[in-house]
Design a protein around this ligand. Structure first.
Ligand SMILES: Cc1cc2nc3c(=O)[nH]c(=O)nc-3n(C[C@H](O)[C@H](O)[C@H](O)COP(=O)(O)OP(=O)(O)OC[C@H]3O[C@@H](n4cnc5c(N)ncnc54)[C@H](O)[C@@H]3O)c2cc1C
Length: 289
C-alpha cells in the first residue's frame, strides 16, 4: 500500500514544485470537505497532499481595482461575513452559503467546490454568472482562466499537473447591477442540487437590461454558461416575453441525466423555472430593491 505524505508549503513556488514533482497522484487540499470524505471512502488514493492554507493570500478577501479578489481556500463563512462582497455580489455569497452546514462553512472553499468538479456544485454557476476568473499557478507560471473553463466533466478539470488555483477575481460591477443564485433540492437544506441557476444583470437608468450572464448547474456534465439565456434578457425590462425566452433558452441548454433526484424532463422544466426566478431576483437587486 503506498504511503500518504502531507506538505504544507509557505510559498507558491514550493507548492507547484511539490505538485509537479510528485511521482504518483498529488492532491491539493483546501478545506478538505470533499477530499477527506473521498480519502476515507478510498475513492482517491493520493501519495501526496499539498495543503494550501499557509500560502500567502489563499485565505482572505480584498477589494482591488474596483472588484474583489477571493483567496482560493477562503472558507464560506468568511464570504458570508464580508459585508462589501455581500452587497456587490449577493448571488456568489448566497450560493456559497448553501453549501453544507455551519461546520462545513468553516472549511469549504470556492476552489474546492470548483475543482471537485461536481456538475451540481453550488458556487460554480454563481461564479460563472458573475464572470469570475480563476488565477492558476503552475510550472509554466500564472494564467487567468474564466471559471467556466475549469470543469471538463464530472470529477475532471482543465488544470494541468502541478497547477493549483490561487484566487478568484470578481470584476468591478457597474451601478444598477447585481446577481442571484437559486437551487432546487427535495429537502430544505443539506442536499445536492437537482438544478442550480445563477443570473447576473446590469441595467441602465431606465431599468433596461444592458448586460446579462446566465449559468445552470446539475443539468449537464459541467456547469453551463447559457449565452442564449443572456440574450433573452438584454434589451428587456424582464417582461413576460423576455421571461418566456429565458425559460426556453434554459430548457434548450439542458443535457441532464435521470437519477434518483429527478428525471431528464423534470430537471429540464425546473431549469426554466429557476432561471425565471433567479432573473427576477437579480433584476430586483439591481434596481436596489
Ligand atoms: C455534509 C456536506 C454537505 C455538503 N453540501 C454541499 C452543497 O450543498 N453544495 C455543494 O456544492 N457542495 C456540498 N458539499 C461538498 C463540499 O463541501 C464543497 O464542494 C466544498 O466547497 C469543497 O471545498 P473544500 O475547500 O472543502 O475542498 P477540498 O475537499 O479541499 O478539495 C476538493 C477538491 O478540489 C481540489 N482542490 C481544492 N483546492 C484546490 C485548489 N486551490 N486548486 C486546485 N485544486 C483544488 C482538491 O484536490 C479536491 O480534489 C458538501 C460536503 C459535505 C461533507
Amino acid at each position: 500500500m503506498p504511503s500518504l505524505n502531507y506538505a504544507s508549503p509557505t510559498t507558491v513556488n514550493e507548492a507547484v514544485s511539490l505538485l509537479a514533482g510528485a511521482p504518483g497522484l498529488a492532491k491539493v487540499l483546501s478545506g478538505g470537505t470533499d477530499l477527506l470524505v473521498q480519502l476515507r471512502s478510498g475513492r482517491v488514493r493520493p501519495e501526496l497532499i499539498v495543503d494550501t492554507k499557509r500560502l500567502p493570500g489563499l485565505i482572505g478577501i480584498r477589494e482591488e481595482d474596483g472588484g474583489f479578489v477571493i483567496g482560493a481556500a477562503t472558507p464560506g463563512a468568511m464570504l458570508e461575513a464580508h459585508e462589501g462582497l455581500k452587497r456587490v455580489y449577493p448571488g456568489v455569497v448566497e450560493a456559497m452559503d448553501l453549501i453544507g452546514s455551519q461546520q462545513i462553512q468553516g472549511r469549504a472553499s470556492l476552489a474546492g467546490n470548483l475543482c471537485n468538479a461536481s456538475p451540481a456544485a453550488d458556487s460554480v454557476p454563481a461564479m460563472i454568472a458573475a464572470g469570475a476568473v480563476a488565477v492558476v499557478a503552475g510550472p509554466d507560471g500564472r494564467r487567468e482562466v474564466p471559471v467556466e473553463q475549469i470543469p471538463t466533466g464530472p470529477g475532471r478539470t482543465s488544470l494541468a499537473r502541478g497547477e493549483l488555483v490561487l484566487e478568484f477575481r470578481l470584476p468591478p460591477r457597474p451601478a444598477r447591477a447585481s446577481d442571484a443564485y437559486l437551487r432546487f433540492i427535495p429537502r430544505t437544506e443539506m442536499d445536492i442540487a437537482v438544478v442550480g441557476c445563477g443570473v447576473a444583470v446590469a441595467l441602465n437608468a431606465q431599468g433596461v437590461c444592458t448586460q446579462a450572464r446566465v449559468s445552470l448547474g446539475a443539468v449537464a456534465p459541467v456547469p453551463l454558461l447559457v449565452s442564449a439565456g443572456a440574450e433573452a434578457l438584454v434589451g428587456s425590462r424582464l417582461d413576460d416575453a423576455a421571461l418566456a425566452r429565458l425559460d426556453a433558452a434554459a430548457q434548450a441548454a439542458c443535457q441532464p441525466i435521470t437519477d434518483k433526484r429527478g428525471t431528464i424532463e423534470y430537471r429540464t422544466k425546473v431549469a426554466g423555472v429557476l432561471a425565471r426566478r433567479a432573473a427576477a431576483i437579480a433584476f430586483q437587486r439591481a434596481q436596489g430593491r
